[in-house]
Design a binder for this molecule. Structure first.
Ligand SMILES: [Zn+2]
Length: 351
């Protein structure tokens, strides 16, 4: 058997997945969050950090050229919107801490203007190393300006340097398969306000010694073939689920645009969508699907379906006359949408 034949499928897989990574290298953070929201988030994060300091729950990370602090927090103290969006680790760049950040050296020695958090009890009995690696991921988000895939690469590069990659991948797969499925998704979860000052501050951070070192580690790290195989399996599941979602929505569409009574439309759509999506459960996809990857698709398609439904209601009102229309609407419980959750994780929980 020729050696080149034996390694070629490995190379092919590596190439195709590395292309995925290559595409995101150029992605900058979505500087989209409003200043007001950002300051609100800042209030929450600052309080969480101060409380953690008081309880002695702020840890120092030192290794592989990185020095930073992170706070261990409990899920009961973290607002739902944060961990729903970010999972079990998140960070915040302090607006009021620009001076320290721009101070360069001072920044390198201190916690700088970044607050890093790991939710230590989001999964039962998180091992120390799993906590450390996810903190490194958050550090990577900063260095790469919010690139989740590159931050993942750093997280796993460090695990590999410590000969713990296999152990760590297994731990993630067993305890938080959704994170495993998200490794190759295009999620950006470092929300920053769109201001020039903030961008300047980030650029200063990007040119720091640590950032250079981290970017090198990311560049040098190669996913082991066995890991890529597993990631590719997860990617396939997400692609299949995307197909199932599209099928569910298009079969629901035929009910929405039919001449059925409102109550029949809503109950039929509900039943039809749940029945179609149930395939996700039947085929054992539920725990392997990447919400980051398919959640957006679901939201967009559902919004368009709800918009059609709203149009149908308007037409009905004109066609039936107000009093008959009000009766028909009342019979259906006065819906203003089809009532399916926009959040795909919530939808999955109903199946
Ligand atoms: Zn991330």
């Amino acid at each position: 058997m020729s050696l080149s034949i034996r390694i070629s499928p490995q190379l092919a897989l590596r190439q195709s997945l590395e292309i995925n990574l290559g595409q995101v290298i150029s992605i900058k953070p979505e500087l989209k969050i409003s200043l007001t929201l950002y300051k609100e988030r800042e209030g929450i994060c600052t309080k969480l950090y101060k409380d953690a300091l008081k309880k002695g729950n702020v840890r120092q990370y030192e290794g592989h050229g990185m020095t930073f602090e992170f706070a261990l927090v409990s899920i009961k103290d973290v607002p739902e919107f944060i961990y729903k969006q970010c999972g079990h680790a998140f960070s915040h760049c302090l607006m009021s801490g620009w001076d320290a950040l721009l101070g360069g050296q001072r920044y390198a020695r201190s916690r700088g203007s970044w607050l890093l958090f790991v939710i230590h009890d989001m999964y039962p009995e998180m091992p120390e190393k799993a906590i450390e690696y996810v903190a490194v991921h958050e550090r990577g988000e900063m260095v790469t300006l919010g690139d989740h895939n590159l931050a993942s690469k750093l997280e796993f590069a460090i695990a590999a340097k410590e000969n713990k990659l296999r152990w760590y991948m297994n731990w993630i797969e067993v305890n938080c398969p959704a994170s495993f499925a998200d490794v190759f998704s295009y999620q950006v979860h470092l929300d920053l306000p769109d201001t020039e000052k903030m961008r300047d501050a980030l650029e200063v951070f990007q040119s720091s010694e640590e950032a250079e070192l981290v970017l090198n580690m990311i560049e040098e790290f190669e996913w082991p073939y066995s890991v890529l195989q597993r990631l590719s399996k997860y990617k396939k599941v997400s692609d299949e689920v995307a197909g199932i979602i599209s099928r569910a929505i298009s079969s629901a569409e035929s009910y929405v645009s039919s001449s059925l009574r409102v109550v029949q439309i809503t109950t039929s759509v509900d039943a039809m969508v749940k029945e179609t999506l149930h395939e996700i459960v039947e085929r054992g996809f539920k725990q392997y699907v990447s919400i980051a990857r398919v959640g957006d698709l679901w939201r967009k398609q559902l919004i368009s379906l709800d918009t059609k439904f709203a149009e149908v209601l308007t037409n009905k009102q004109q066609l039936l006359g107000l009093s008959v229309y009000i009766d028909e609407l009342g019979e259906a419980g006065n819906p203003n949408s089809l009532g399916l959750p926009l959040d795909f994780a919530e939808m999955l929980a109903l199946l």
